[in-house]
Design a protein around this ligand. Structure first.
Ligand code: PEP
Length: 256
């Protein structure tokens, strides 16, 4: 059975004091949620400068640490970039790759995302591969073709076996930060499609991989989404910035 993962993407928000208060609130709230098979795994992805401080604060808790991006290069003349080995040394066990903001605002191509995916894995970091269509692509009936192309770049580069050590996040671009959530049925359809694409290459990998939904997840819609058969948790942006909001999502997941 796949475990639920609730992952917070803090994006470029906060400062030392705010982030310390946020992670402190998350840790203390989590300790109040009874341990059970349904208690989800929890991951936070702070901005790079705060990784060390958050790492110290989460020590001894169940919260895991992730990065919001990773370089596809191991070292050298890549000003402003952070290598997988550096992230690994900073205690990151996960890294987002191919978030739609990276693709749209920084021109990351599917091939580059595939290279980042492979580099993270090689350093022992679980890549969270983000895929998703824009509203225009959805309205043109191209959702499946877009997702297929984004997945294919990774499958061609790393092979289906690599997916067993990764997480996939389906994030319809039109639902990110807009308050417009995909309905549970809309999200389930795409999650099912992703699993079917993977199944064509390896049924066990397809059945085992966690596929998260991202796009305006909140405490009041999380249970409906995470209760769908192919949705295994969420990648949370806005609602990960307040401990109470994030914990409401974790609590909703724990009731499933
Ligand atoms: C995200 O940035 O990955 C995201 C899902 O954001 P939000 O929850 O704010 O829509």
């Amino acid at each position: 059975m796949r475990k639920i993962l609730v992952a917070g993407n803090w994006k470029m928000n906060g400062d030392s004091a705010a982030n310390s208060e946020l992670i402190g609130g998350i840790i203390s709230g989590l300790s109040g949620i009874a341990d059970s098979a349904a208690k989800p795994d929890v991951l936070v992805c702070p901005p790079f400068p705060y990784l060390a401080a958050v790492r110290e604060q989460i020590a001894g808790s169940d919260v895991q640490l992730g990065a919001q991006n990773v370089s596809e290069h191991p070292s050298g003349a890549h000003t402003g970039e952070t290598s997988p080995a550096m992230l690994q040394e900073m205690g990151c066990t996960y890294a987002l790759v191919g978030h739609s903001e990276r693709r749209a605002l920084y021109g990351e191509t599917s091939e580059q995302v595939a290279a980042k995916f492979a580099a993270a894995l090689a350093a022992g970091i679980t890549p969270v591969l983000c895929v998703g269509e824009t509203l225009q692509q959805r309205e043109a009936g191209n959702t499946e073709a877009v997702i297929n192309e984004q997945l294919a770049a990774v499958l061609d580069n790393s092979g289906i076996g690599a997916i067993a050590s990764a997480v996939i996040a389906y994030e319809p671009v039109w639902a990110i930060g807009t308050g417009m959530t995909a309905t549970p049925d809309q999200a389930q359809d795409v999650h099912r499609f992703i699993r079917v694409v993977l199944e064509a290459q390896d049924a066990d990998v397809a059945a085992g991989v966690q596929i998260l939904y991202g796009g305006s997840v909140k405490g009041d819609n999380a249970a409906g989404l995470f209760g769908m058969p192919d949705i295994d948790g969420g990648l949370i942006g806005g609602a990960s910035l307040k401990a109470a909001d994030f914990l409401a999502i974790v609590e909703a997941a724990a009731t499933l």
